[in-house]
Design a protein around this ligand. Sequence first.
Ligand SMILES: Cc1cc2nc3c(=O)[nH]c(=O)nc-3n(C[C@H](O)[C@H](O)[C@H](O)COP(=O)(O)O)c2cc1C
Length: 370
Amino acid sequence: MKTSRRKWEHIDITLNKEVEGPQTTWFEHVHLIHHAAPELNFTDIDTSIYFLNKKLSAPVMITGMTGGHPDVAHINAALAEVAEEFKIAMGVGSQRAAIENPELAESFAIVRKKAPSTVLVANIGAAQIVGGYSLKEIKKAVEMIDADAIAIHLNPAQEVIQPEGEPIYRNLISSISRLVDAIDVPVIVKETGCGLSMEVVRDLRDAGVRIFDVSGAGGTNWILVEKYRALKVGDELKAALADSISVWGIPSAASIIEARFMAPDAVIIGSGGIRTGIDAAKAIALGADMVGIARPALEAYFRGRLNLYIDAFIREIKAVMFLTGSKKVHDLRKKPIVITGVLREWMSERKIDRWDYELMRRGLSKTSIL
Ligand SMILES: Cc1cc2nc3c(=O)[nH]c(=O)nc-3n(C[C@H](O)[C@H](O)[C@H](O)COP(=O)(O)O)c2cc1C
């Protein structure tokens, strides 16, 4: 099936089918402590951060979703407009289709026209990195949107279920390492809903990667998305496989802890099932520098409520900052948190000492340096 048609099917399924769960993010096991005397005025709260040498008004990125078909250009245009208006970051979906067919480039290029000044992130899949894309092709993706960075997405679980999937990952780390050395924009490695483990972050960090988007389990579940596509083409075997492994993945809260533990000096984007400003504040308090949202932005756009959604989301973060006495975003990292239940057990099993981790999450963030 053509890549561009598949992109439209993904949007249709994520909007119209049940594609979240059964795993949760585990943010329900992270508790921020209400501060009844914050010694701040609400107007003192500053949600801005620096990311990739640009100032954002809030620690938020709409992560890569679409492009690659003329029919989806309006989605990228709308997401870019809202990113520019609110000065948040935005990623585009996989640019593979447009690299292979330049006629489709406009559905991506439109984002820079609509968002001339904010952070934009190009996107390409791991399968293309190991499957022979040269530096020239990767540069094309960056130039197409005048990107501030390029995200390499890892989606092995999706590739296993996808009827036309390419679960080919051998030599990925060395290929990424070569890319990091050769390309002149920062490389972000992102998952797509199954999370990054500390082992993967360690290997990628050794390969020179300094920005990680964990995209953990608990949000959009790509195993379920591909299940619906498998059912549509009558591939019952893959649909059954998808059902069985739909619980797969590292919950987002656990993935943020693992990534921060292994890469204290990295920029961590907490994502996967971030749905409210409280989720966002928890992700940041736990160790992320900023958060990523995908499906809720798409849904809000189709409901005609995109501006309202982003506005409310940022205000929710601001509200939680006020209620924890956090004047700046990274003050959230210094506020007390309680980690309970299975997340606490996970840390113990993974040999992440709770109190070592406490120092780590309180450490100075490096977001402003990159
Ligand atoms: C419709 C749709 C298309 C997506 N396409 C891509 C993609 O092309 N490249 C990518 O890196 N991630 C892609 N993602 C994954 C998201 O960037 C994100 O990592 C994931 O959906 C988890 O975030 P969420 O729970 O907020 O949706 C897509 C997500 C959605 C909803």
